[in-house]
Design a protein around this ligand. Structure first.
Ligand code: IMP
Ligand code: MG
Length: 183
């Protein structure tokens, strides 16, 4: 990991901390459901892929994997409507859905995803996010059911999170050196 490590200013969440928090999250999630059918875990690509893989193995009930990719809303003052790049394969009507996100920042992405999925009449929708940056929240009407870690307003990479598609495979979460993205 040397090639990527030199770009990291400091580690804010270690591999061990991630592991133990995911174990707790898995237990919390498992005990929050009392359902007979499989839980549909919806991974928001691409950032949540690693989290989904680890978290799902700590959830003690049958789950189904599905994946959704949405476009970012761009920069500046855009309306905040996201576009579906890849839709779900499953029909979620009358089913229990757990949306798995990497990080909630302004809240626009998750709000749009929830609104889109709600029109499909699922039995329930819950949200789990690995990271939350509450200081940056613009959309307040989203309720996050399970949250791994609250972090300060800094740009982080690793454990699925990228900068220009790089650093997703770092096993920890770190703050990227500012000089790398400040131009
Ligand atoms: P939101 O719509 O502003 O909540 O943005 C959420 C998305 O922005 C996440 O799914 C990430 O893809 C991206 N994002 C936000 N903050 C970070 C960060 O610190 N590192 C990497 N990606 C981030
Ligand atoms: Mg994302």
């Amino acid at each position: 990991m040397k090639e990527m490590e030199k770009d990291i200013d400091r580690i804010i969440i270690s591999e061990e901390e991630i592991k133990s928090r995911i174990c707790e999250l898995g237990q919390e999630i498992t005990s929050s459901y009392d359902i007979d059918e499989s839980l549909v875990m919806v991974c928001i690509l691409r950032g949540a892929a690693i989290f989904m893989a680890d978290l799902s193995r700590q959830i003690d009930m049958p789950v189904i994997f599905d994946f959704m990719d949405v476009s970012s809303y761009g920069t500046g003052t855009k309306s905040g409507v996201v576009r579906i790049i890849k839709d779900l394969e499953e029909n979620i009507e009358e089913r229990h859905v757990l949306i798995v996100e990497d990080i909630i920042d302004t809240g626009k992405t998750i709000k749009n995803v929830v609104d889109m999925l709600e029109t499909r009449k699922p039995a329930s929708i819950k949200i789990v996010t690995m990271l939350d940056k509450p200081e940056r929240r613009i959309v307040k009407q989203v309720e996050v059911d399970f949250n791994g870690f609250e972090i300060p307003n800094e740009f982080v990479v690793g454990y699925g999170l990228d900068f220009a598609e790089k650093y997703r495979n770092l096993p920890y979460i770190g703050v990227l050196k500012e000089e790398l993205y400040s131009d």
